[in-house]
Every structure is written in structure tokens, then in C-alpha cells.
Design a protein around this ligand. Structure first.
Ligand SMILES: NC(=O)C1=CN([C@@H]2O[C@H](COP(=O)(O)OP(=O)(O)OC[C@H]3O[C@@H](n4cnc5c(N)ncnc54)[C@H](OP(=O)(O)O)[C@@H]3O)[C@@H](O)[C@H]2O)[C@H](O)CC1
Ligand SMILES: [K+]
Length: 440
């Protein structure tokens, strides 16, 4: 089940359109916050920091529910509530409210200072106090977002403590799955509240892979044709990854035999791109400066994955319109082809998909998959150790295989990114790209 993602503005629209009133939404938010805290740590002495807005309002509601469970709860307010909702929530909290400055630490800290309404960095003194209280707590829980995080871009507007648990409501926000904020979330719990998240942005989840049909043969299971360039090691990684990802048949056209490939990967001298059985072409890994091979690949009508060096040889993004292409750039390749588009990584990925008419896998510690039709997948956190040579070649091979197996381009890219991250988790921190192959 994928988790929906809404920007702060879309969240506010959804809240206003909800079948229940905002007060009821806040009650549900605060109650689920209390529930998640209690499940996570069974209620040690707790200090809840409440800000002036509705994020603070959630805090007062949670305080009431935790106290009703017998938890020793203290509330410290940064300022008096400024919204009607938060004022009511404050009034319904029947315990004392301390001043934020000077509030003593507690084993469990709940940060309800700011959420989606953060408009600038925290005052330095406030950020400093928050960091001291977080540092003294055994467990830090963030309400909706750790305070200081900008909900839509994932930027940190001031120093942000790392939470052990972040509880968000109704839908994830982009910041939950964009760096650097993603690294501050800890375990991310999405609490259900009565809003209808109508969105085509979502977090990638385990894919439904196409079954191997009865009576399948190697062509019907998908033929991946890879074009080798000047550095054969990279395309060998991609081709082996494609074979391990269920392609029925993997073929490499190369001007010289490539050693060390599985015997099941066929090497041929000429590209035969007119072969109607090709399920997906793969060009780019190890290509080097051979633009003629990209041009050759673009003469084919087959679906294609364009990766690595080939991305730098495209020239204008609209050259790819109508090519049924999946692009897999990392940050540098993305900037080279699409330039420095303003806006968040999410907006950049969607703009790139629109202008190129292609699915764009914008890789990084936070990886996005964008479709020209506006769908946007956000990858869950992947291990930092994926940042090693050759892992991009493996990803390109996985995606090419899934595309050749008949998955639509956007679904194949989303599934490939998800599987790639899980394979890295199983391979462990000492992995090199080659190790990924046995975990596919
Ligand atoms: N998701 C849901 O369905 C629900 C969400 N809820 C919670 O509501 C917050 C959003 O509440 P909102 O009041 O819009 O905003 P915040 O509580 O995040 O804070 C905004 C207030 O803080 C002031 N502000 C903003 N930045 C700073 C700063 N750096 N220093 C000081 N003060 C700041 C801001 O005023 P400004 O005019 O100064 O900008 C606001 O007063 C959401 O995150 C959820 O937790 C509801 O519970 C409903 C359900
Ligand atoms: K918060």
C-alpha cells in the first residue's frame, strides 16, 4: 500500500474539504500522536513543546490523551496559541503550562512547535533551546515535521534535531522523503485522519511484478538489448542485473568480446536494432563519447532506458519526445541535460519529465520517479552505501528488464528503484555494485 504525499497547500485544501470540522481533525491528529507515542515508548515522563499554531494545538490534544493514559506529561508553550483551534485545544488541557524558556528536560520530548506553517527559520535562541532539550531526551518525537523543516522542499531553515519518531497526519509531506529533511525523521508513522488525500504524489512501495506466464519463452519474458560503449565493465553490470531481474534474454552488441559476463548473456557484433522482439533497449552505461550509438538507439521504436554517459549526449531534452524513454540521471547528469530549474527537487523532476516526454528517475540520496502525466514517486530512504561506483549501472539494468517484461515505463522505473534500494539493504554496508546482483 503506497502512502500519499501532499504539499502544505494541498494539505490545507484537503483539511478544509474534509467531511469533519477542523476541530475534529485536530482531535484526531492529537489523539493519533498520543497513540503513536505510547506504542513507541510506553509513556515515560514526557515534555510536550507547543508552538503558537495548530502544530501546537496537536500538542495540547496529545497531552490530554497521554495524561488520560496515566503518563506524567508536562507542557511548555513557546507562545500563547494564535489560532482558534489551538486556543480551544489549550483550554481543554487541564494541566499546567510552563514557559518554554527554562523548561527542564524530560526523558521523552515531543516537538509540537512548528509544522507545515513554518515560514522561516526558528529564532536562534529557540533552536538552541530545542536542541538542548532534544539532546537531553532519550526519545524525541516530532509532530508532523521536526521544527525547522520546510514542508515542501525538505530544506532545513534552522538547525533541526533528529527525531526518533515522526508522526504525520493524513498524508506524508514532500519533506518526509526529500533530503536533507528525510534524514531527520526517524521512524515515520502516517496517522489516518478524516481527509481525502487526492494526489498523484506518493511514496514508492513494494511493486507487483508481472508473473511469468505459462508457456512463456525467452522473447515473451522480454529481450533486453544493451549497447556497449568504450567501457564494457559498466554495461556488463547492467546486462547481468537485467538477467537477474527476470529478462528472458539479454543481448549486448559490442565491438569486442566482454570478459566475465554470465554465459546466458549473449554478445553480438552488430546492434540489430530493427529486431521487433526487443522489449527494451539500454544505452549509456560505459558508453563514453560515442554519440553515434545514442543516435542509433534513437532510431529504434523500442522502449528504452537512457542512462549515464548517454544522458550527456542527448543535447536538447525534447529530442526524446516520442522515444518511450526512461532517463536515469544522477544530480550532475540532471543539471547537464535539464539545467538548473527553480523549485524543489519534486518540481524539477516533474518539469524534466514534461519537457522530455520521458519518465525521469532523478537519483540521489532521495530518488524521485516522475512521469510526463504528473505522477511522482518518492523513494523511501535507501542505504547511504549505495553511493558507490556501478550501482547506477545495476539500476539501469533492473529497470530495462522490468520494462522488457511488459511493465509500463513509470511502473518499471518505480519498481526498479524500490528493488534496488532493498537489494542494497540486503547486501550490507561493505557492498560493491557487483554484490547487488545476487540480491536482486
Ligand atoms: N495535517 C492535518 O490534517 C492537520 C494538521 N494540523 C496541524 O496544523 C499544523 C499546521 O498548523 P499552522 O497553524 O498552519 O502552522 P504551524 O503550527 O506549523 O505554525 C505556524 C505558526 O507559527 C508562526 N511561525 C512560523 N514560523 C515561525 C518561526 N520560525 N518562528 C516563530 N513563529 C513562526 C506562524 O506565524 P507567522 O505569521 O509568524 O508565520 C504561525 O503562527 C500542521 O503541521 C499539523 O501539525 C492540525 O492539527 C489539523 C490537522
Ligand atoms: K513539529
Amino acid at each position: 500500500m503506497t502512502r500519499p504525499i501532499l504539499t502544505a497547500a494541498r494539505m490545507r485544501e484537503a483539511e478544509l474539504a474534509a467531511p469533519v470540522g477542523l476541530a475534529e481533525l485536530m482531535e484526531q491528529a492529537g489523539q493519533s500522536l498520543a497513540e503513536a507515542i505510547f506504542r513507541h515508548s510506553a509513556g515515560p515522563e514526557t515534555l510536550i513543546l507547543c508552538g503558537p499554531g495548530n502544530n501546537g494545538g496537536d500538542g495540547y490534544v496529545a497531552a490530554r490523551h497521554l495524561s488520560a493514559r496515566g503518563v506524567k506529561v508536562r507542557v511548555a508553550a513557546l507562545a500563547e496559541p494564535t489560532t482558534d483551534l489551538a486556543k480551544v485545544a489549550r483550554q481543554r488541557w487541564d494541566g499546567p503550562v510552563e514557559a518554554f524558556d527554562g523548561a527542564a528536560p524530560a526523558p521523552l520530548l515531543v516537538d509540537c512547535l512548528f509544522g507545515t506553517g513554518l515560514s522561516r527559520g526558528l529564532e536562534p535562541a529557540v533552536a538552541e533551546r530545542l536542541s538542548v532539550l532534544a539532546g537531553s531526551a532519550r526519545t524525541v518525537v516530532a509532530c508532523d515535521l521536526p521544527s525547522g523543516v520546510e514542508a515542501d522542499s525538505g530544506a532545513l531553515l534552522s538547525p533541526v534535531p533528529t527525531a526518533d519518531l515522526t508522526v504525520t497526519f493524513g498524508a506524508l509531506k514532500p519533506a518526509h522523503r526529500l533530503m536533507p529533511a528525510m534524514a531527520r525523521m526517524g521512524r515515520l508513522v502516517l496517522a489516518h485522519i478524516a481527509i481525502e488525500p487526492d494526489t498523484r504524489w506518493f511514496e514508492l512501495a513494494e511493486p507487483d511484478l508481472p508473473p511469468v506466464a505459462e508457456g512463456a519463452h525467452k522473447y515473451s519474458r522480454g529481450l533486453v538489448h544493451a549497447l556497449a560503449g568504450s567501457m564494457p565493465g559498466a554495461i556488463a553490470l547492467s546486462a547481468t542485473a537485467a538477467a537477474r531481474s527476470g529478462a528472458g534474454y539479454v543481448r549486448i552488441s559490442t565491438s569486442a568480446p566482454i570478459p566475465g559476463l554470465p554465459l546466458s548473456v549473449v554478445q553480438v557484433g552488430d546492434a540489430q536494432l530493427g529486431d521487433p522482439r526487443i522489449g527494451c533497449l539500454l544505452v549509456g552505461p560505459g558508453l563514453g563519447k560515442l554519440p553515434q550509438l545514442l543516435t542509433l538507439a534513437l532510431t529504434s521504436r523500442a522502449p528504452k532506458v537512457i542512462d549515464a554517459d548517454a544522458i550527456g549526449l542527448v543535447g536538447e531534452p525534447d529530442r526524446l519526445r516520442g522515444q518511450d524513454a526512461i532517463l536515469t540521471p544522477h544530480g550532475g547528469e540532471f543539471a547537464q541535460l535539464f539545467g538548473d530549474h527553480p523549485g524543489s527537487k519534486a518540481e524539477q523532476a516533474l518539469a524534466a519529465a514534461a519537457v522530455s516526454g520521458s519518465v525521469v528517475v532523478y537519483k540521489g540520496p532521495d530518488t524521485l520517479v516522475a512521469s510526463p502525466d504528473g505522477r511522482l514517486g518518492f523513494a523511501p530512504p535507501a542505504p547511504a552505501w549505495l553511493a558507490t561506483a556501478g550501482t547506477g549501472d545495476v539500476l539501469a539494468g533492473i529497470i530495462a528488464a522490468l520494462r522488457a517484461r511488459g511493465m509500463p515505463a513509470f511502473d518499471a522505473a518505480c519498481a526498479g528503484v524500490w528493488l534496488h534500494g532493498r537489494a542494497a539493504e540486503r547486501a550490507g554496508p561493505a557492498m560493491i555494485a557487483d554484490d547487488l546482483l545476487e540480491h536482486l
